[in-house]
Design a protein around this ligand. Structure first.
Ligand code: NAP
Ligand code: MG
Length: 399
């Protein structure tokens, strides 16, 4: 069989633990037999990051900017306990996702993978809802103050020009708490662009919600920047028959629950933090959630939303078979291959990505599932609970 050809390499970012094991199996069983895979490989495994003083993460992110499409395996973000587990670590290296996000200046979009036999908790959701969370500022970069006597808090901005702007926050007659938040117009603009860009890419409506009736300057600025940016995307939206819809956050919550899904919901940092957990739980599980980082100028990094599945890895190291769900990682690969195919005009590669996803659905619809899905599926749906490798073989037999 002649393999499907590629013209531009994918940036491949390998990772850690159980997902690293799955990564290799996915390549061997589902991709390499069919695609003459071209990748520029970066090992973001913890020890490789340590050996390069994390330079490998920076190089990988720069390669993603250069080539435009990357696929990333889950990686360990070291904490104190990992420093003990890996004594060779010279530093508690930063989260690779954070490093990549700041170099690519991107926004993360998370979308559930839906299958017939696992019903969302909200019964009218028949299509996935994608959450786009702004990843800079607000309460995540706030300063807090607690005071214990009567007095006044004042907000002062000292311009580089020498001009000062002063605002009374509140006079209080007893103990009180205060918080100073900020965001940057440039960051909000990047977020807006990435959202419009991604809506066009997915041919889906974009919703955006804030509380601008109450937050008349702060949230109104988010709304205004989105409206300004929309002018640059309006024609394309009209051409595709999709809409940009702004509404208040509380109205949006009610509408989301009553909707059928099938749109992208852009949210400020805190709202996105809370709502993405609610949406992913209501749709099923993190093992069925894909994630893509999109830059304002249309570069893409695909990954699974879950971590390295440490507990399964330790069972695997003891020689046990695990039933770890590879769906989100497979869809990271299919998403990246499809995007590469679209950018390079390779119809065969696009169709391969479709077939790979269809084979995954065919396997699940035949009742062959990993343990986590067997537990979530409707009664009697699971005919065979498969170990990861077996599950991948079943998918391969259906491509
Ligand atoms: P996790 O790897 O997502 O796993 C938590 C639990 O969720 C697992 O023990 C498992 O439950 C279940 N699970 C997650 N993915 C699954 C899958 N594909 N198939 C079946 N079950 C799955 O989160 P964690 O244990 O908190 O974090 C482990 C490491 O991942 C950490 O070092 C963290 O830094 C890293 N992490 C990386 C990323 C990333 O690179 N994007 C994201 C999050 C976390 P059961 O044990 O009950 O089966
Ligand atoms: Mg959260």
């Amino acid at each position: 069989m002649t393999k499907i050809q590629m013209t531009t390499p994918l940036v491949e970012m390998d990772g850690d633990e159980m997902t690293r094991v799955l990564w290799q199996m996915i390549k061997d069983k589902l991709i390499l037999p069919y695609v003459d895979l071209k990748t520029e490989y970066y090992d973001l495994g913890l020890l490789s990051r340590n050996a390069t003083k994390d330079q490998i993460t920076v190089d990988a992110a720069n390669a993603a900017v250069k080539y435009g499409v990357a696929v990333k395996c889950a990686t360990i973000t070291p904490n104190r306990q990992r420093m003990i587990e890996y004594p060779e670590l010279t530093e508690q290296w930063k989260s690779p996702n954070g490093t990549i996000r700041s170099i690519m200046d991107g926004t993360v979009f998370r979308t559930p993978i839906l299958i017939d036999s696992i019903k969302p908790v909200v019964k009218n959701w028949t299509m996935p809802i994608t959450v786009a969370r702004h990843a800079y500022g607000d309460v995540y970069k706030a300063v807090d103050m607690k005071t214990d006597e009567p007095g006044e808090a004042v907000l002062t901005f000292k311009g580089e020009s020498g001009k000062e702007t002063v605002l009374s926050v509140q006079k209080v007659n007893g103990p009180a708490i205060f918080q100073g938040q900020h965001n940057k117009s440039a960051s909000i603009r990047s977020f807006a662009k990435a959202c419009f860009q991604y809506a066009i890419d997915r041919k889906q409506d974009l919703w955006f919600s804030t509380k601008d009736t109450i937050s008349k300057v702060y949230d109104s600025e988010f709304r205004a920047i989105f409206e300004e940016e929309f002018e640059n995307f309006k024609d394309k939206f009209e051409e595709l028959g999709i809409t940009y819809f702004y509404t208040l956050i509380d109205d949006a919550v009610a509408r989301v629950i009553r909707s059928e899904g099938g749109f992208i919901w852009a949210l400020k940092n805190y709202d996105g933090d809370v709502m993405s957990d609610m949406i992913s739980t209501a749709f099923g599980s993190l093992a069925m959630m894909t994630s893509v980082l999109v830059t304002p100028d249309g570069k893409f990094e695909y990954e699974a939303a879950h971590g390295t599945v440490t507990k399964h890895y330790y069972r695997y190291l003891k020689g046990e078979q695990t039933s770890t769900n590879p769906m989100a990682t497979i869809f990271a690969w299919s998403g990246a291959l499809r995007k590469r195919g679209e950018l390079d005009g390779l119809a065969d590669l696009i169709s391969f990505a479709d077939r790979l996803e269809a084979a995954c659905f065919a396997t699940l619809n035949a009742g062959i599932m990993t343990k986590d899905l067997a537990a979530l599926a409707d009664e009697g749906v699971c005919k065979k609970q498969a170990a990861s490798e077996e599950f991948l073989d079943e998918i391969a037999s259906r491509i």
